[in-house]
Structures are given as structure tokens and as C-alpha cells.
Design a protein around this ligand. Structure first.
Ligand SMILES: [Zn+2]
Length: 216
């Protein structure tokens, strides 16, 4: 039929439902998920000179240098497990990385799950957790016992990471990182935008319909 889509980059801000959608995509296409954070973690767990260098940066709270990040991810994508394609998450983060990816194995499409900052904020700032890690949401999944966990009875609280000013800062960084990437892929006619403001199940349906049409 049309072009086969099997090499996909997934973009979307925090609370866009990206991880749920990722699962649906890799199941449907039977491709592996390559998450940059997982690749990093795996490399750091080894005891090579590269892993030591990377661990040093991460321990200092610094970003892993571009050239190291690029060689790690491209190495991963060159593996046999990626012959059928892949869903890439957390890479590329900038134009330099995107160009390296274009110049090596290339990608077929970029799926961008778009939600507004206001919506992301609403989804995140309503989260409440207990110290055992049970997660609730004031609006979408309230505890039946109000401000204590209805599973274990512990007090519910807002994580520091979910506080408004922290989320705002993180979203601003995300927008800054991705705006150039989105332009880049739009120019190359690779960008597919999904409306992430909808219910998660409806977004899943949109994505599957797209894949059935273009990757079947
Ligand atoms: Zn609990």
C-alpha cells in the first residue's frame, strides 16, 4: 500500500500519556522500545571507560555530552533487535542529535502527542501519592477517603516534583528543546501530530488508525 512505518520517534511533554501510547505502538507494530534513559542506565551499570565517564557526568547532574549520547543510541539502533524497526523515546533532544540520526539509520515518522501546558499542569498538579507509592488524582482518580490513601490509610501528598513551579520549569525546558526538532521534522514531512488533550483511549485509537492506514 503506502510507505511502511517502522522507525518512529515519540515526542510529548510530561503527562501527555506518552508511555501508555508507546506500549500500544510497540505492541501493534511488534517493534522494540528504545528509551534513551534505559540505554544510559544499562551502560552505566557496566564497568567500561565510557560508562565511567558517563556516570561521572550524571553524578554531577550534568547532561551526557552529545557525541557520547549519539554513539550510544546509534549503537543500540544498529543492533539486531532493531532490524524490524524501533520506537525511540528521549532521543533526539536537539538538532545535532537529530541530524546524526538522519545521517545514520534515519527514521520514518515522528509522532508528537501534543497537550497544552495548562492541561499538563492540571494533570500533574492534581496528583497525590502516599509514602507506599499509591497514586491518586484529585479530579480523575480521587481517594474515597479524601486526603488519606484508601488502600493503606497513609496521608496523601503532592510530590515536590509535581509542584507547579517545578513543573512549569520542566515544561519550559521541554518546549525549548523540542521546538527546533518539530520544525526540523516538519520541514522533512515526517511530523505526525496527535491531539493528546483527548481521553487516553481516544488518542490510542487515533494512533492505531494512523498505523493501520500507513503501516499495515
Ligand atoms: Zn497507600
Amino acid at each position: 500500500m503506502s510507505e511502511k512505518i517502522k522507525k518512529i520517534v515519540l515526542l510529548g511533554p510530561q503527562a501527555s500519556g506518552k508511555s501508555t501510547q508507546a506500549k500500544g505502538i510497540i505492541d501493534f507494530l511488534d517493534i522494540p522500545m528504545i528509551a534513551a534513559s534505559q540505554v544510559l542506565r544499562r551502560v552505566v551499570a557496566k564497568n567500561t571507560s565510557l560508562s565511567k565517564k558517563i556516570k561521572e557526568k550524571m553524578d554531577q547532574g550534568l547532561l551526557v555530552p552529545d557525541d557520547q549520547m549519539i554513539s550510544l543510541i546509534l549503537g543500540e539502533l544498529g543492533g539486531n533487535h532493531c532490524l524490524r524497526g524501533f520506537l525511540l523515546d528521549g532521543f533526539p533532544r536537539n538538532l545535532n542529535q537529530a541530524q546524526s540520526l538522519d545521517d545514520s539509520c534515519g527514521i520514518d515518522k515522528v509522532f508528537n502527542i501534543e497537550i497544552s501546558d495548562q492541561e499538563a499542569m492540571k494533570r500533574i498538579s492534581g496528583r497525590r501519592i502516599c509514602s507506599s507509592g499509591h497514586v491518586f488524582h484529585l479530579e480523575f482518580k480521587p481517594s474515597s477517603k479524601g486526603d488519606v490513601c484508601d488502600i493503606c490509610g497513609e496521608e496523601l501528598y503532592l510530590r515536590d516534583d509535581d509542584k507547579e513551579e517545578v513543573v512549569k520549569k520542566r515544561l519550559a525546558i521541554y518546549r525549548q528543546e523540542t521546538s527546533k526538532l518539530l520544525d526540523h521534522y516538519k520541514r522533512k514531512d515526517k511530523l505526525v501530530v496527535f491531539d493528546g488533550q483527548k481521553e487516553i483511549a481516544d488518542v490510542s485509537e487515533d494512533i492505531l488508525n494512523y498505523l493501520k492506514e500507513h503501516a499495515g
